[in-house]
Design a protein around this ligand. Structure first.
Ligand SMILES: [Zn+2]
Length: 451
């Protein structure tokens, strides 16, 4: 047996790569054409980000990076696979939304990718399409409790029932639409519409109430598989603990770096900063961030995604005088892995093993990326060589994505992504993305019966 590449002195022992796969882990006595001494470095499974919007269109606005730049940024940040939350179909057809998402991504991605389908309405079409999509390798569906097509109450329960029967997991954006409208109406009446009020328009209790109702609907549907996206508050986390203590087991939860490392004080540092940090849910308090770190350390939160959604500054400035006109979202796919390893592991908030589980293994397992997220024989050779000692900082303007800013450019970091491989091929080295659009493959996903 000859190998193409062997890493020596990793936490796994030797790691040998043959073609696109990890071929051997442990003690490898053979040699390879290329051998890399990883002593002093961390060899990690490629990152898996299950919440991106690389090719999103909302109303008049499309994300400014698109698949080409967004997926290049992803590789530069050590994330080799993303699962995209797709755009709404203007007419509300879940099948048309999926078809369009495939067209948008096709031939454009530098990293491997999957797609979450979107449930805009719980109707005949959805109930027919959902099981068919699961059979074809799309076992995850997104539902929103707010925006133009909120799903709640009986419709949500029906969606959970259909998903359970088909073997799918439903990812839910949890913000109670009724409470959001009330909060926003109050600000409108008071004339408080400058971007500094963005967070006040989406208070924490909106998330907590929605989490409670969403989990209850999944529970009534027979403990259907539910995934809470971008959890941002201590109150929301409390609802999740409560549901689990009540015996509901089929829940997973993601949070994002912005809710761990930034806080709502950004909205008070001038209009420019407030617009850059306008996202939904909004940034919260330092106490919320502390509770989320605790949730990660205790295993209450299962994974860290980004909700990467990059708009340009000129797009953001549509809301200069009125936050209702700002497209919400911020970039993060390039920053995620370095942020969590620097601010989580190097600062002792979580262990390296926990970080690997949160960034790669858990999201891959939950969302049916069978051959990704782990360094084991037979898995795809998606690998990251990380230097945990390098002092670094994200440049501004950054990086490889399309946004002209990073929310983290002022943060001094300890650690840097040095080199990245996607299915055995070097795709990032010495600050440069080596992959080309179309090199990333679409991945069909099939869930194991045990979540
Ligand atoms: Zn999102």
């Amino acid at each position: 047996m000859t190998y193409d590449l062997i890493f020596r002195n990793t936490a796994y022992g030797d790691v040998a790569v043959s073609g696109e796969k990890i071929a051997a882990v442990g003690e490898v006595n053979e040699n390879a054409a290329l051998e890399i001494d990883a002593a002093g470095k961390w060899l990690l499974p490629g990152g898996v980000d299950v919440h991106t919007h690389l090719g999103l269109t909302v109303g008049e606005n499309s994300t400014c990076d698109g698949w080409e730049k967004g997926s290049a940024a992803s590789l530069a940040g050590g994330t080799t696979t993303v699962i995209e939350h797709i755009s709404f179909d203007p007419a509300g057809s879940c099948r048309a939304a999926l078809r369009q998402a495939f067209v948008n991504a096709s031939g454009r991605s530098c990293c491997d990718y999957g797609l979450h389908a979107v449930a805009q309405r719980v109707d005949e079409e959805l109930l027919r399409t959902l099981p068919a999509a699961v059979r074809e390798g799309i076992p995850s569906w997104k539902a929103y409790t707010t925006y133009s097509d909120p799903i709640f109450g009986e419709a949500l329960e029906e969606l959970f029932r259909a998903a359970k029967e088909a073997g799918a997991v439903v990812c839910v954006h949890c913000e109670d639409d009724e409470l959001l409208r009330a909060a926003r109406f109050k600000l409108e009446v008071q004339g408080r519409l400058s971007p500094e009020y963005h967070a006040a328009a989406r208070p924490a209790y909106c998330e907590a109430r929605s989490v409670r109702e969403v989990l209850a609907a999944a529970h009534r549907a027979g403990d259907a598989a539910v995934h809470v996206v971008h959890l941002s508050t201590a109150a929301g986390l409390h609802e999740i603990r409560h549901a689990r203590e009540g015996g509901q087991t089929n829940i997973t939860v993601e949070t994002c770096p912005q809710y761990l490392l930034l806080d709502e004080s950004l909205y008070r540092r001038g209009t420019d900063q407030a617009l850059r940090a306008s996202m939904s849910p909004p940034l919260r308090t330092p106490d919320d961030a502390f509770a989320l770190w605790q949730g990660l350390a205790r295993g209450d939160i299962d994974m860290i995604a980004t909700d990467h959604c990059a708009f340009s500054l000129s797009q953001k400035e549509q809301g200069w005088n009125d936050f209702r006109f700002t497209p919400n979202g911020a970039p993060g796919v390039e920053e995620r892995l370095t942020l969590i390893l620097s601010e989580g592991v190097n600062r002792g908030r979580i262990t390296l093993q926990q970080a690997v589980d949160l960034l790669s293994a858990n999201p891959a397992r939950r969302f049916g990326l069978t051959h990704k997220g782990r360094i084991e024989p037979g898995c795809d050779a998606d690998l990251v060589l990380f230097d945990p000692a390098a002092l670094s900082r994200f440049p501004s303007p950054p990086l490889h994505g399309g946004a002209a800013y990073s929310l983290y450019s002022l943060l001094p970091l300890q650690g840097r992504v040095e080199k990245v491989w996607l299915r055995g091929r070097a795709v990032f080295d010495k600050g440069e993305v080596l992959a080309h659009p179309g090199q990333g493959k679409y991945v069909e996903r099939y869930l194991r019966s045990d979540p």
